[in-house]
Design a protein around this ligand. Structure first.
Ligand code: CLF
Ligand code: SF4
Length: 470
């Protein structure tokens, strides 16, 4: 959020998706009120949630607007970090306008401190912009995978438009036109727009650079390039035909290439349409309808706890921002001496919140940072299975460890709070240095400290050929 006008910063500083810093402090929840969809994407199987913002292969419990409101109030009372309510499926929210807007209408009245957010494929967007603005929806995500109908025809087999099913290039051209028109209308209303794009190798990878340029020129705030997830067991067209997903290094290279043009989101977790909690965690099971019915909630006490949490989180975020601003000013005004030597290094961190706080064997994901002379940059995350699930008889531990090491390819260091001797040995053998010396330290400080130690030890001479992710 460096250099961002104060008015925009105030609108995104507690949104875990629109602000990378905020996602360490604030949580989101989704309510699955929107079953229908008006298009078909080749990466979607309608048995599952909308794959434009969801991890395919999961099914959400469909709620009525009344049930959704009840659930939102219960979650907000239990999780003070919850700042945003999003509707992202299981179909397209704007293909279900009555259910979507009834949910928003009730929540704007009953929980005005919660931000409202929606994600759409964009086909019905232009006709919904007025109503979105009326309900005070300040954040809208449009999934835009292409701006060329020939590319679109490879992603969308059909759309349902004006009571007709339209196929191929013609369908893609209509969808693209609606998405672009919707984007322009939202920007004209002052609504913040995030664009999601699914990176499909060989289909739209190079093309997404043009998409990024265009949506930025039209005023989109943030671009979130997400990897295609295509598994045969999900029964999607791409899954069945063997379309591959991008590797982590391909995703990072494309995000880096687009970054020159606009803010990139790199911390997306491709949530489910009924996700609850901090990004990367899912507490949905605690809030099924029967459990909510049995809850005895003191809403007044909950509001006090929410306000106290918020004040503390905002103060910490502001302190962090000032610290970063000061560091970048020092760098900017330093006399122009030769840049300190040392190549950039990718490091994986088993983090809890904002600190190095997870045992290697307990991590379900690692945050990946790039450390260099001019600071630390978050570049993405890698999902893994828990190597040590607390089950002594787990015979699969070896292969889980192998898969974790494979997922960390390209990283030279892994920071965690603790690590066992076996994984330590195997990581080292794979060229990844485990490090448990910075337990409970703030993540970025720890990563920078390790980079400086490597520099001092003479380990950061340029490599003959840069490390690549597998
Ligand atoms: Fe939900 Fe999306 Fe709003 Fe966030 S998710 S509707 S903008 S509140 Fe966030 Fe989840 Fe990624 Fe979406 S991490 S899938 S980008
Ligand atoms: Fe599936 Fe979402 Fe695409 Fe509709 S917009 S087909 S629900 S991925």
């Amino acid at each position: 959020m460096d250099g961002m006008p104060d008015e925009i910063r105030a609108r995104v500083q507690d949104h875990p998706c629109y602000s990378e810093d905020a996602h360490h402090y604030f949580a989101r929840m989704h309510v699955a009120v929107a079953p229908a969809c008006n298009i078909q994407c080749h990466y979607c199987n309608r048995k599952y949630d909308c794959a434009n913002e969801s991890r395919p292969g999961v099914v959400s419990e469909l709620l009525t607007p009344d049930q959704a409101v009840k659930k939102t109030l219960a979650v907000a009372a239990t999780i003070p970090q919850m700042s945003v309510l999003g509707i992202a499926g299981p179909g397209d929210p704007l293909a279900n306008p009555a259910r979507t807007f009834e949910t928003f209408r009730q929540l704007a009245l009953k929980a005005p401190d919660i931000k409202l957010c929606v994600s759409t494929n964009g086909l019905a967007l232009p006709e919904c912009v007025e109503e979105l603005a009326r309900h005070n929806i300040d954040h809208v995500t449009i999934t835009i995978n292409c701006i060329d109908p020939d590319v679109g025809a490879k992603i969308y087999p059909w759309i349902f438009w004006n009571n007709q099913r339209i196929h191929g290039r013609k369908a893609a051209a209509i969808l693209i036109a609606q998405q672009q028109k919707g984007l322009e209308m939202l920007v004209a209303k002052g609504i913040l727009v995030k664009v999601n794009s699914v990176l499909i190798p060989g289909v739209n990878d190079e093309h997404l650079k043009e998409v990024s340029k265009l949506v930025k020129a039209k005023g989109a705030f943030l671009h979130n390039v997400m990897p295609l997830i295509a598994e045969a067991e999900h029964g999607t067209f791409y899954g069945l035909m063997g379309q591959r997903s991008p590797r982590p290094d391909e995703l990072k290279a494309l995000q880096d290439a687009c970054e020159g043009d606009m803010n990139m989101m790199r911390h997306c977790r491709q949530c489910r349409a009924d996700a609850v909690g901090m990004l990367g965690e899912d507490r949905g099971d605690e809030f099924t309808l029967d459990k909510i019915e049995a809850m005895n909630i003191d809403f007044e006490a909950a509001m006090v706890a929410r306000a106290a949490f918020r004040a503390q989180a905002m103060a910490e975020l502001e302190a962090k921002r000032r610290h970063k601003e000061k560091a970048s000013q020092i760098l900017r005004f330093q006399p122009r001496v030769a840049k300190p030597a040392g190549r950039p290094v990718l490091m994986a961190v088993a983090a809890k919140g904002n600190v190095v706080g997870v045992h290697f064997g307990h991590a379900k994901e690692f945050l990946v940072y790039e450390a260099a002379a001019d600071g630390v940059r978050f570049v993405g995350h890698r999902k893994v299975e828990q190597y040590c699930a607390g089950n002594e008889t787990c015979g699969d531990a070896e292969s889980v460890l192998e898969r974790s090491i494979h997922a960390l390819a390209g990283c030279e260091v892994v920071l965690c709070s603790r690590i066992g001797i076996d994984p330590w040995r195997d990581l080292e053998a794979a060229g990844i240095q485990p490090n448990g010396e910075h337990a409970m330290e703030p993540v970025e400080d720890a990563v920078m400290a390790v980079w400086r130690e490597m520099l001092a030890a003479g380990k950061l001479e340029p490599k003959p050929s840069a490390a690549k992710c597998a």
